[in-house]
Design a protein around this ligand. Structure first.
Ligand SMILES: *[C@@H]1O[C@H](CO)[C@@H](O)[C@H](O)[C@H]1NC(C)=O
Ligand SMILES: *[C@@H]1O[C@H](CO)[C@@H](O)[C@H](O)[C@H]1NC(C)=O
Ligand SMILES: *[C@@H]1O[C@H](CO)[C@@H](O)[C@H](O)[C@H]1NC(C)=O
Ligand SMILES: *[C@@H]1O[C@H](CO)[C@@H](O)[C@H](O)[C@H]1NC(C)=O
Ligand SMILES: *[C@@H]1O[C@H](CO)[C@@H](O)[C@H](O)[C@H]1NC(C)=O
Ligand SMILES: *[C@@H]1O[C@H](CO)[C@@H](O)[C@H](O)[C@H]1NC(C)=O
Ligand SMILES: *[C@@H]1O[C@H](CO)[C@@H](O)[C@H](O)[C@H]1NC(C)=O
Ligand SMILES: *[C@@H]1O[C@H](CO)[C@@H](O)[C@H](O)[C@H]1NC(C)=O
Length: 811
């Protein structure tokens, strides 16, 4: 019997012997020591992860797991995040009883985990990055995956009981949390003693608008090997997809020190991380960034500032925000005289004490004046809504034109001198350097060219706004990154800067330059023509990786190479499910081409007017909604405030599921910039769809797209081309449209339900949703308003259509 027993210890050492240099296993009664932290480590079987002591300061270590190959030891899990151990004498031991115990130099137990104490035989670092305690049968009794820190790895799950908590620059847990809320919605939350607020998904929207589903209380989320992140509350189980989706890439989902959640991919050759998805693309939307009373604004780099009457609390640390120069004394019996300072465009999200509808500005002031704890109020002129606030958190200066109605009124003691103190504002108007070798780039010749907004007379400025909607897309800006880091360098520690820098590094692998030869081959010498437009011919192509693409040859490109690429680098990052994705470009000698996603079902024009496929009502409504979303994104949310200028059914493509995707956005930026005008009308819009202000040569705004969208809506309803109702000149079409609109207005006024059926495409045989049709008709009327200021914004159209869609999906 004796020889048999002596084999047992050897068996438990077998895993140790399987790899000469590294082991993944820590047997019972053995330990890892900080004194030998270079060699005393566990390494996962294929070497992806290492586990051991990790130095955070000269004399302080944590027990952590990190990516072996990452340039700066990217830590994915830490046992003792809030209590580092000394550089000498600390050990992690798997004790005889099965407890895994971390002790400091003096023997203090800093951290410990017991599995089923009796059963634990060894600890093992798995290839997934999971540190587990196993029993003799290999069953897992405890795993580090159940108590994540700030990072989620592929195959790891977040459930009702787990959460990610950010790590600050001082290597301690921060105030940002990623977990399931009580209503089972996976959220990003800012949490400190005074505030507990959700900032992702967008708190201004309902679950439905955020594509979340509150009726699934499974509360389970996880990242898979392909780069898909799914959660039980995502509507239709639709995943968040890494922009470099695919096997064989090492990833992590990390809640960074700046409160943003990012999905990273590792470049194995240089150990650097690139971002393949980001939760909040406009940093000012992250709560707590500028601390109490602070205001986040874009210059265009995100910046924190104090409002008038306030000063920065701690000049080294923005998270402590601003404090009032003079406090209002609430203990005084009689009410102290106060003044209200209007802060246009600024809102402090949340912390409303109450809300009153339909009160005058004066009444709102009185409400705030009489309550000593009131720090100011938000007042909505239109609805007369008054929101007095007791705390001023999440101050943000809005940019989008539609949000300009926001006005914060700050309450300050009477004596405080605020004259000459600037009000923080988002300044998205930045001067754009003119390229000296692009002669035609001249402010005076560009009017009324779109994108140019004459902020100050005679000075062409570029409207520029970044961010992004939807959960599935990545877009970041290189040149913002440097400015952003410059701003933050002041306030954040070194590792926070690093995270921010990594976070803002653009993931460019999906947008690339193609050689002319490659495209000749892909299109088989430009054999299969898909379509022709004012800007060029589109061909179908198949790339080497057998991906189908559309290759568009651009005529009339007059820009120099540098400028062409600069524009492309912006357009190429625009990414939204209702916009055709641009994969790359070719720019060689005189060839200028765009390589875009190939969309299976061709254009809306082909299907609606030519093919004999009948679009059902549901599909038409979905197209109206999708196009509105795409345009709203271009107008309000994307990188640069882009006006499409040529919205028409030809430029709306339909994918396999008849989901619309807008093509040719941003083309105006590439073509024929203000120069010779023989093709101007083609570039600048299409007869039948162009707004009246084109003709009166007023300055062009996003409202030209709203007008064209109105025409497209009308065509979706009628199933006919508006142009076919008129013949000849543009004035003619215009007249026909005016008559039609007049008729529709009359119809809406008289609530004639029968006549709505007469308007809607007769091929539908009356199979349509009356309420939705009415909503669309109302939009046709308002979008086609001669007075562009009366046309709605695409953003508000989306909101209304979503509601119309929702109310229907519920009935
Ligand atoms: C380790 O690498 C080998 C060879 O590359 C691979 O076949 C195996 O699946 C990997 N093991 C794990 C656990 O990833
Ligand atoms: C690693 O850290 C050092 C010092 O903090 C820094 O200079 C270097 O750029 C970092 N490397 C990467 C790849 O981030
Ligand atoms: C809830 O989510 C889980 C996990 O994603 C899914 O398997 C389940 O079918 C969902 N339940 C309902 C009622 O949608
Ligand atoms: C990985 O890093 C190497 C070296 O810096 C670089 O050449 C390569 O392009 C990178 N790969 C990706 C996919 O970014
Ligand atoms: C900044 O202030 C916050 C809140 O008081 C604190 O938690 C954080 O550690 C500070 N950061 C630095 C770098 O001092
Ligand atoms: C508030 O006013 C009262 C009475 O004038 C005074 O005693 C008290 O010190 C004041 N408190 C502050 C914080 O200024
Ligand atoms: C307020 O401040 C401005 C500029 O700092 C100064 O010119 C002005 O005289 C001050 N007004 C009063 C009443 O102190
Ligand atoms: C640019 O505009 C200025 C006037 O603003 C004009 O003098 C100059 O000739 C223009 N340059 C070009 C290349 O058109």
């Amino acid at each position: 019997m004796a020889p048999f027993f002596s084999i047992l210890p050897v068996l438990s050492l077998l895993p140790l012997l399987s790899s000469a240099a590294f082991t993944d296993t820590l047997p019972l009664r053995s330990s890892l020591s900080v004194d030998k932290h270079q060699t005393d480590t566990l390494r996962s079987p294929n070497g992806t992860f290492t586990c051991g002591f990790h130095s955070i300061y000269d004399n302080a270590f944590t027990f952590s797991i990190w990516y072996t190959n990452s340039a700066n030891k990217t830590v994915v899990w830490t046992a003792n995040r809030d209590r580092p151990v000394h550089a000498r004498g600390a050990v992690m031991t798997l004790r005889k009883g099965g407890a895994l115990v971390l002790t400091d130099y003096d023997g203090t137990v800093v951290w410990q985990r017991e599995g089923d104490p009796a059963g634990v035989r060894y600890a093992q670092l798995l290839e997934t990055g999971n540190l587990v305690l196993k029993n003799s049968r290999g069953m897992v009794l405890w795993q580090s995956f159940d108590s994540p820190t700030d990072t989620l790895l592929p195959s790891q799950c977040i459930n009702a009981a787990t959460k990610l908590v950010s790590t600050t620059g001082l290597h301690v847990p921060g105030h940002y949390i990623f977990h399931f809320t009580d209503s089972s919605i996976l959220s990003l939350i800012y949490d400190d003693v005074d505030v507990h607020e959700i900032y992702w998904p967008d708190p201004d929207n309902g679950e439905y608008q955020n594509s979340r589903n509150r009726y699934n209380s499974t509360r389970l989320a996880g990242l898979d090997e392909m780069g898909n992140f799914v959660s039980s509350d995502f509507a239709n189980q639709r995943a968040i997809v890494a922009s470099d989706e695919g096997h064989g890439i090492k990833r992590r989902l990390t809640l960074d020190p700046d409160g943003n959640l990012r999905l990273y991919s590792l470049n194995n050759s240089d150990g650097r991380w690139s971002v393949s998805w980001i939760a909040v693309s406009q940093p000012c939307n992250i709560h707590g960034l500028c601390g109490p009373n602070g205001i986040c604004h874009y210059l265009p780099a995100p910046t924190c500032s104090c409002p008038p009457g306030y000063v920065m609390s701690n000049p080294r640390n923005w998270s402590q925000g601003c404090s009032p120069q003079v406090d209002i004394n609430c203990t005084v019996d009689q009410v102290q005289p106060v003044q209200f300072v209007p802060l246009p465009g600024i809102d402090y999200w949340g912390s409303d004490q109450l809300h009153r509808d339909q009160v005058s500005l004066e009444a709102c002031k009185n409400i705030c004046r009489s309550d000593c704890t009131c720090k100011g109020f938000q007042y909505n002129q239109g609805s007369g809504t008054c929101y007095p606030k007791a705390f001023l958190y999440n101050g943000k200066a809005y940019t989008a034109p539609t949000k300009s109605a926001r006005m914060m009124h700050l309450k300050l003691p009477m004596g405080v001198n605020i004259s000459g103190i600037p009000i923080p504002q988002t300044n998205v108007l930045i001067s754009r350097k003119q390229h000296p070798d692009c002669g035609q780039m001249n402010a005076s010749t560009m009017e009324p060219f779109p994108y140019v907004h004459k902020a100050n007379q005679g000075e062409a400025k570029w409207f520029y706004f970044y961010g992004f909607a939807g959960a599935i897309f990545v877009l970041e800006v290189f040149f913002i990154a440097s400015a952003w880091c410059f701003v933050l360098r002041w306030e954040l520690g070194a590792s926070e800067i690093q995270a921010v820098e990594e976070g803002y590094k653009m993931m460019t692998s999906n947008f690339r330059r193609y050689s002319y030869k490659e495209l000749v081959k892909a299109t088989r010498k430009f054999k299969e023509e898909l379509g022709r437009g004012g800007s060029g011919i589109v061909y179908k192509g198949i790339l080497d990786n057998s991906r189908a693409v559309a290759v568009k040859t651009l005529e009339n490109v007059r820009q120099c190479e540098e400028e062409f690429q600069a524009e492309l680098s912006i357009i190429g990052r625009i990414n939204h499910m209702n916009l055709v994705r641009i994969w790359g470009f070719c720019s060689e000698s005189s060839h200028r081409m765009l390589v875009t996603e190939y969309i299976e079902n061709g254009s809306l024009a082909n299907i609606l007017f030519k093919d004999n496929i009948l679009l059902e009502w549901r599909q038409r409504f979905n197209i109206a909604l999708g196009v509105a979303k795409g345009l709203a994104y271009l107008h309000h949310e994307c990188l640069e405030w882009v006006i499409h200028c040529d919205v028409k059914p030809e430029n709306i493509l339909l994918d396999r599921n008849l989901e619309p995707k807008i093509a040719d956005f941003g083309l105006v930026k590439l073509l024929n910039r203000g120069g010779s005008n023989q093709n101007v009308s083609r570039v600048r819009g299409t007869i039948g769809y162009i707004a009246p202000e084109w003709i009166s040569s007023l300055q062009i705004t996003a409202k030209v797209d709203v007008y064209s969208y109105g025409v497209v809506l009308l065509e979706l309803l009628l199933g006919k081309r508006v142009l076919d109702l008129a013949v000849g000149a543009d004035e003619e079409v215009h007249k026909v449209l005016r008559n039609l609109v007049g008729m529709l207005v009359h119809m809406l006024d008289n609530e004639e339900s029968s006549s709505i059926a007469e308007v809607v495409d007769c091929r539908l045989n009356g199979q349509f949703n009356y309420m939705q049709a009415r909503t669309l008709i109302k939009f046709v009327v308002s979008c086609l308003d001669e007075d562009r200021s009366k046309r709605p914004t695409m953003e508000s159209i989306v909101q209304t259509l979503l509601l119309a869609d929702e109310s229907c999906s519920m009935c």
